[in-house]
Design a protein around this ligand. Sequence first.
Ligand code: 3HC
Length: 278
Amino acid sequence: MKVSVIGAGTMGNGIAQVFAQKGTDVILVDTFPDAIKKALETMKSSLEKLQRKGAIREDPNIVLSRIKTETSLSALSESDVYIEAVPEKPEIKKTAIEAISSVARPDSIVASNTSSISINLLSSYCKFPQNFVGMHFFNPVPVMKLVEIVKSNRTSEETLNKVMSLVTLLDKQYVVSSDYPGFISNRILMPLLNEAMLALEQGISTKEDIDKTMKLGMNHPMGPLELADFIGLDVTRDIMEVLYREFGDHRYKPPIILRNLVNSGKLGRKSGEGFYKY
Ligand code: 3HC
C-alpha cells in the first residue's frame, strides 16, 4: 500500500509516521522545505521515544526510510490513500484536494484531517466525491488512540469500510460522525476550552487552579488552558470561529482573552507562550 500525506505539520508528520510504523510506504509533501526538515526531526524523536519504551521493535531509521519527502504538489503521484493535513483554510485545502484529484485513481481514498471544515464542502473539490472522507486524527498522533471518521452525503459505504480497516491497521479505534460542524469531538471540546477561558477572564480563579480542577477533579490528562496551548491558540480560535459562524451559538464564540493572545503572537506551546510560558 502507498499513502500520500499532504502537509508536514504537527498532524501530517504524525500521520505519516504511524503509517510508516505499520510498514507502509509514505510520500510526505509540504511546499515549505523547513516544514519537511522539522517533520523529519519530530518523527525521529517520537520514534526514538517509542523504541526506548519498547512500543516499536524496528530501528527508527528503518521506519523513517519508508517516508519519502517532496516539496511540490506537482510531485504527487498515484497512491492508494491520500490524506491532506494542510492548514485549516478552505482555499488551501481546495488547492491540495484539486492537486490530489489530478493524480488519484478512481479507487483511491481521499481523506481530509480537517477538524472543523465541512466534509461536504471539501468533497466538492474532489474528482471522486464518493471516495472522499474525513479522517480526523488527534495530537500527538503516535499516542492518541482515536480517529474520528466523518462521512459526507456522498461518501460511499465502500469508502467508509476501507477507512475503518485503515484505522484498525494503525491499531487505533474509530468513531463515525456525520458532517456537522465540529463533528463529535470539537463540538464537545470547544465549549469546555471556551468556558475555562471565560472563567479566567472573569477572574473566577487562576489559570493553574482552573486546570488543576479538571486534572485532579475530572481526571483529564491536561487542564483545558494547558490543552488549548497544546493544540495551538490560533488553531483553537479558528475552530471556534467556524463553530460560532455555523451554529450562531455563543457557547462557541472565541473569548477576548483568546483573541488577544493570538493577536499578540502568543500561540501556545509552539510559540513559547500562550496561557503559560514554555
Ligand atoms: N511520540 C511518541 N510518544 C509520545 C509522544 C510523541 N509525540 N508524546 C508523548 N509520548 C509518550 C511518552 O513517551 C509517554 O509514554 P509512557 O507513558 O509510556 O512513558 C506518554 O506518551 C506520556 O507522555 P509524557 O510522560 O511525556 O507526558 P504526559 O504524561 O504529560 O503525556 C500527553 C503527554 C500524551 C500529550 C498527555 O498529556 C495527553 O494525553 N494530553 C491530552 C492530549 C489531547 O487531548 N489531545 C487531543 C487534542 S485535540 C485534537 O488533537 C483535535 C484537534 O482538532 C483540536
